[in-house]
Ligand binder design. Structure first.
Ligand SMILES: Nc1ncnc2c1ncn2[C@@H]1O[C@H](COP(=O)(O)OP(=O)(O)OP(=O)(O)O)[C@@H](O)[C@H]1O
Ligand SMILES: [Mg+2]
Length: 251
């Protein structure tokens, strides 16, 4: 079966995209799936979170489409989990893609040679809409939108849903919404529970079980370790493990 591509996106910053991308990648690898994580964000946080050198990054694969993509793949020292890191040069790749008006399927084409080698290819994306986001979503089978359970969280979400509808209507994109993932959830605050209620009212079954606010998620990323390495018995670890299970069920 060809690799399923999952894109994690929300143009709102700091909503847990990278944490989710890294955590589900490792969750799936721990379930014996072959995973390639590709970081399309110039901030390069996936490499930091996995303690891998960020250079050379995905820039090369994006700009020089004739290069063999395999040379940019890095081993993360974790069984079944590979990474193509991002770094600040990805911002230049974005400019090139827009200036050359690259086709909407250009990222899909770049990933095609990897389709038989992995079970899942996971994309982390930057908190913005540029040339890369649309092309990354177009390449994907499933879109996951982390959304912080805070006031104004619906803002970024509405834009994401709009982008999804545009891609469906104006191109041949046939991917699906895997779900909206509420993050930073804290049932003790009215802000959190109200915004989860609003999400469920607005998006019904598309809203997945929330990931709670957990300091350990912040700490493990800073140490270059995943939640499964730092705190395998934690609630955060169980929540991301459950998300991995949902991904397998939907694929
Ligand atoms: N559930 C959580 N509880 C506590 N801290 C979290 C949680 N999820 C993520 N964090 C922390 O919050 C910060 C932002 O998370 P993250 O980098 O995953 O968001 P992002 O959407 O990728 O941000 P950006 O838009 O800048 O790429 C990080 O320091 C991360 O460790
Ligand atoms: Mg990020």
């Amino acid at each position: 079966m060809p690799a399923k591509i999952i894109v994690i996106a929300n143009q709102k910053g700091g909503v847990g995209k990278t944490t989710t991308a890294v955590s589900i990648s490792h969750a799936l690898a721990l379930r014996d799936r072959r995973i390639l994580l590709i970081d399309f964000d110039p901030q390069g946080q996936c490499a930091v979170s996995l303690a891998v050198n960020p250079e050379p990054g995905v820039f090369n694969a994006l700009v020089n489409t004739r290069s063999d993509i395999h040379q940019w793949i890095r081993d993360t020292s974790r069984q079944g989990l590979d990474l193509i890191p991002g770094d600040r040069t990805t911002a230049t790749a974005q400019i090139v893609i827009n200036a050359e008006n690259r086709p909407i399927d250009c990222i899909y084409q770049i990933c095609r040679p990897l389709s038989k080698e992995y079970d899942f290819i996971i994309f982390d994306t930057a908190p913005s809409v540029g040339g890369i986001q649309e092309r990354a979503i177009f390449a994907a089978n499933l879109l996951l939108i982390p959304t912080a359970t805070e006031f104004l969280s619906m803002d970024g979400l509405a834009q994401m849903i709009e982008l999804l509808t545009t891609l469906r209507n104006n191109s041949s994109w046939d991917g699906e919404l895997l779900g909206i993932l509420p993050t930073f959830y804290d049932e003790h605050t009215t802000e959190s529970s109200k915004s989860l209620g609003d999400l469920r009212e607005g998006f019904g079954d598309s809203v997945l079980s929330p990931v709670h606010r957990a300091t350990v998620l912040r700490e493990c990323a800073a140490e270059g370790k995943t939640i499964f390495e730092t705190a395998p018995a934690s609630r955060a670890s169980q929540e991301y493990e459950e998300l991995g299970r949902i991904v397998i069920k939907r694929s």
